[in-house]
Design a protein around this ligand. Structure first.
Ligand SMILES: Nc1ncnc2c1ncn2[C@@H]1O[C@H](COP(=O)(O)OP(=O)(O)OP(=O)(O)O)[C@@H](O)[C@H]1O
Ligand SMILES: [Mg+2]
Length: 466
């Protein structure tokens, strides 16, 4: 053998050895089949990944291997068919593996070998499942936080609603119950009884709570603007209109709740349009042609007697029936005496907090409040308490700090089961308080009552008046 040939052979051996060790050291499994589909090379990693031994593949035809069920499908046979690199997911001995087969062509373009690369994806799949589980868990936690927030929001809202009297509790329970269903509700009651508070409960307690809540005071928007506010307008609908057009409040409330406050103030010509919206649940912007479907829950409120207005022709009867599906009557404060003291203390706490004060109310004050007829209801009481607290110097609010309307009002003199002595004392007390609030000083009051100043002070001490 010539030196050159010997050297060439040595090189070829060295190259083959190198190739063998490259194939052996590959972390991915490698399998090579010849043009007939007979196994030619299998590396160690193939066995590690698939559990298939080289005897099961080497020199064996792939069709037999598939028939024996050693592998589910042969990528090599696919490559023979498609004549291009192909990737499949194969089940080998019950394990999922990602297999890519690549053809080697000769000069005539015929496939001489197919090199298959095998990668274990069960670990990847495990990670995928773990990731999905983690994602699902995160979603669950987020949902729980959301639910918690919703409940907390509702709880805070309920904490701010005072309800001690049977009438208020009944109205509140009905409101909470009706909140959950999608019915149209009308809140009825005098000014300041809490209609807006109840409307808020309906929205917050409904499944629409995370959707828009649009409040419209029909009495506060000038009648000529109300229509465009409610239904919106298209560009160029009227002079002075925004050039781009504007969605109305109904459109803004889509998916949520619209609160039509002071519905009794709605002009009669607009009532027809509102009726149409409530019948069809679709709106047409002013100057527009298209109608748009909307999904809103309607809650309205009024301190007017709508039935009377219907009789007088000031409110459309058909609209009245549309709105009056579930009426909730909120009683005036004078009919819910048990709420008065808790409300007084609630507003005291609120005002103290607002102005960073620490004032108190003499219990006698709430007794007088309970006798008063409160034409402005809870709002009147809220304003009164705030006013007294911020305008008096003393730390404890006394009966004498109350406005004369509250004291001069005709009051029940005797409660049930009172002794004569108690009635006399109460009457004395009431008269002294009335006079004190009028004359301000004990000297003037005593003079007015025809007794000495010291007698008055003594009497006041005995009666528990400071
Ligand atoms: N049950 C209640 N507990 C605590 N505060 C209340 C309650 N009801 C009403 N209020 C308070 O009283 C005030 C008046 O309530 P609201 O505005 O809801 O009355 P309204 O019936 O809508 O009055 P109007 O007819 O004048 O619009 C508000 O400040 C409200 O927070
Ligand atoms: Mg209101």
């Amino acid at each position: 053998m010539s030196f050159k040939l010997e050297q060439n052979l040595k090189d070829v051996f060295a190259m083959n050895k190198l190739l063998d060790s490259i194939i052996e050291s590959s972390y991915d499994g490698i399998y090579v089949a010849d043009a007939n589909g007979d196994g030619l090379i299998v590396n160690e990693a193939y066995n590690r990944i698939t559990g298939v031994h080289e005897e099961e593949l080497l020199g064996r035809n792939l069709k037999d291997v598939v028939n024996k069920g050693i592998i589910s499908e042969s990528v090599t046979l696919r490559v023979f068919k498609e004549k291009k690199p192909t990737t499949i997911v194969q089940i080998v001995k019950g394990k999922e593996v990602l297999v890519t087969g690549s053809p080697i062509f000769n000069e005539e373009g015929k496939i001489t070998h197919v090199v298959t690369n095998v990668r274990d994806i069960s670990e990847l799949n495990k990670l995928k499942v773990e990731l999905q589980e983690a994602k699902a868990y995160t979603e669950q936690i987020l949902k729980e936080i959301d639910d918690y927030k919703k409940k907390e929001g509702l709880k805070q809202l309920f904490d701010r609603v005072i309800a001690q009297s049977d009438k208020t509790i009944k109205a509140l329970n009905l409101t909470k119950k009706i909140a959950a269903v999608d019915s149209t509700v009308i809140l009825l009651g005098e000014s300041g009884v809490g209609k807006e508070v109840f409307a808020n409960i309906i929205h917050q307690g409904s499944k629409r709570s995370q959707k828009p809540y649009v409040k419209v005071n029909c009495g506060a928007i000038p009648p000529h603007l109300l229509e465009s506010e409610l239904f919106g307008y298209e560009k160029g609908a009227f002079t002075g209109a925004d050039g781009r057009g504007k969605p109305g409040l109904f459109e803004q409330a889509d998916g949520g709740t619209i609160f039509l406050d002071e519905i009794g103030e709605m002009p009669i010509d607009l009532q027809v349009k509102l009726l149409r919206v409530l019948q069809e649940f679709e709106i047409t912007r002013i100057g527009g042609q298209k109608t748009k479907k909307i999904d809103v829950r309607v809650v309205s409120a009024t301190n007017k007697n709508l039935e009377e207005m219907v009789k007088k022709g000031k409110f459309r009867e058909d609209l009245f029936y549309r709105l009056n599906i579930v009426p909730i009557q909120i009683p005036p404060l004078r009919e819910r005496i048990e709420d008065i003291a808790p409300l007084a203390y609630y507003f005291l706490r609120k005002t103290n907090h607002k102005y960073n004060l620490n004032k108190r109310i003499n219990p006698e004050v709430t007794y007088y409040m309970e006798q008063y007829h409160w034409p402005g209801n809870i709002r009147e009481m809220e304003n009164l308490i705030e006013r007294i607290i911020v305008t008096t110097e003393k730390n404890e609010i006394q009966v004498t700090d109350l406005p004369t309307v509250l004291i001069h009002k005709e009051k029940k003199v005797s409660k049930n089961n009172q002794t004569l002595k108690e009635i006399v004392q109460e009457t004395e007390k009431r008269i002294i308080i009335e006079k004190l609030s009028e004359y301000k000083t004990t000297r003037k009051t005593a003079k007015e009552l025809g007794i000495s100043q010291s007698a008055l002070v003594k009497k006041m001490k005995r009666l528990g008046l400071s």
